[in-house]
Design a binder for this molecule. Structure first.
Ligand SMILES: [Fe+2]
Length: 190
């Protein structure tokens, strides 16, 4: 791994700056990350304040593993998680590792053992993060889960590992999305 920027203090502004530094050079990906973070800021109303902050800063950081300086295994969820773990941000590392049911892709890539070192907390934050990511397209456009799966198939091909992983994860993704949608409906302002 090449030298990468550090993230000693974990706040929403520092998470945003780190993500911008790492991903800002790719306008399309940065558009996606900004849209996921914006969606997370709205969805955060369903959580207590400390968890709300965690959701938003993790949304900013969820795709940092795509940045070249952070590449290690070649699977972005784990590479981002490893970078965060190295800096002592263990909970965010685990959330990033598991966003959008990444364990399915880790299995297809032969990385289940590494993934197992990151426990899946299975909380509302996890479900809402998955919801925000899966309902946001690659350039930041809003999408349903079905549209996102179709888009992935088009970009990566039917046999692509990303496509096969999302297909394998579909049931669990639907479960997490439904849980997130219930939380959001329950927290709707009257
Ligand atoms: Fe994403």
């Amino acid at each position: 791994m090449r030298e990468s920027p550090g993230l000693p203090e974990l706040t929403v502004p520092s998470a945003r700056s780190a993500a911008l530094r790492l991903l800002g050079g790719d306008a399309r990906r940065w558009g996606h990350v900004q849209a996921v973070a914006a969606k997370a800021a709205g969805a955060a109303r369903a959580l207590a304040p400390a968890e709300a902050e965690l959701l938003v800063l993790t949304a900013w950081l969820h795709d940092v593993g795509y940045a070249e300086p952070l590449m290690a295994t070649g699977f972005h969820s784990l590479d981002g998680a490893q970078w965060l773990r190295q800096q002592g941000h263990e909970r965010v590392a685990c959330l990033v590792a598991h966003h959008s049911c990444a364990s399915f892709e880790a299995a297809l890539r032969g990385l289940s053992k590494v993934m197992a070192t990151y426990p899946d907390e299975g909380t509302a934050v996890r479900d809402l993060l998955t919801y925000c990511d899966i309902t946001t397209g690659p350039a930041g456009q809003a999408m349903t889960m079905d549209e996102r799966l179709a888009d992935v198939q088009e970009r990566y091909g039917a046999d692509g590992v990303v496509t096969r992983a999302l297909q394998a994860a579909e049931k669990e993704l639907s479960r997490q999305l439904a849980a997130a949608e219930r939380l959001l409906a329950d927290s709707q302002p009257m």
